[in-house]
Write a new protein. Sequence first.
Length: 311
Amino acid sequence: MRALVVDRSAESRLALAEVPDPEPAPYEALVRVEAISLNYGETFMVSTGQLPDGTVPGWDATGVVVRAAADGSGPAVGTRVVTLGMTGAWAELRAVPTATIGTVPEGADGGAISTIPVAALTALHVLRRFGQTLGRRIMITGASGGVGRFAVQLAVRAGAEVVAVSADPAQVAVLEALGAHEVVKHPAEVSRPVHGVLDNVEGEQMVAAFGALAAGGSLVSVGHSANQDVVFPVGSFIPVDGRHDRSISTFFLLADPHADVSADLTWLAGEVAAGRLDPGITWRGDWTRHHEATATLLGRRLRGKAVLEVS
Ligand SMILES: NC(=O)c1ccc[n+]([C@@H]2O[C@H](COP(=O)([O-])OP(=O)(O)OC[C@H]3O[C@@H](n4cnc5c(N)ncnc54)[C@H](OP(=O)(O)O)[C@@H]3O)[C@@H](O)[C@H]2O)c1
């Protein structure tokens, strides 16, 4: 099969090459890949030489099952699916555990659905941590990014009053169109305290976002887009205006043994297919143009998702 493999001698650290087909484990299905969605995280790992030569990277892909799992789990041959894994998505064929496969509705745009696994699943699982959000204020930092856009839409769907944070003035109208009630350039500018924060950014934005929490509120640290240390000034954890019991927790997708990833991927695929969730694709093209896509993403010239179509 052909795959995008790590080649640290190449300028982009990637090459489209012929490699052996993957051999599925008994609990894995073999999927013929149709579309791939890029995440900043995996692309950054490739570009900084963190993966050995010959690795087929990639977390998110859609496609069709060409061999069902030997243990009888998961979808049958011919089923259109959306898949999540730690490697192997950037290829014509992918072996993927059936526990992280969702099904795709008939006629759905596979490119749009490919954006779901890491970005939308992260948004969904983090928002669930805030419990009942009906009528409560939820702040999303890095709201214009892959995780952020899904988080804004899902929080609105869950009845929250959503505060979206984006430093880019061009994103104000975009985020309002997704349903955000308040859009600010920085968490310190928020008009009133919030019940929860989904933080994609870290650094001083995370410190300010923690300062915006109401009593009993919680901040979930998801990402570190600012690539900046988090330094809390002395006294940050002393209750201010009676705002006590505020907490911070970390998050890692796939670390929750109780999450039903297949069911959640299937539900999210249905929402995107029905047009109730907008993946915000801002770059789309054939996978032979991978240099262009990864350079745009890494150069921070892309807000939203990049999709590669496997020709
Ligand atoms: N813990 C997990 O399991 C998990 C899962 C998924 C993602 N992540 C992490 O979560 C973060 C967000 O992921 P993503 O895919 O949504 O990334 P993304 O598409 O690159 O979006 C990141 C957003 O952060 C904002 N940002 C603020 N300061 C920034 C800076 N100095 N440099 C770059 N961006 C900055 C940008 O919005 P504005 O410029 O508009 O403000 C940008 O849209 C990443 O760090 C990713 O690795 C973690």
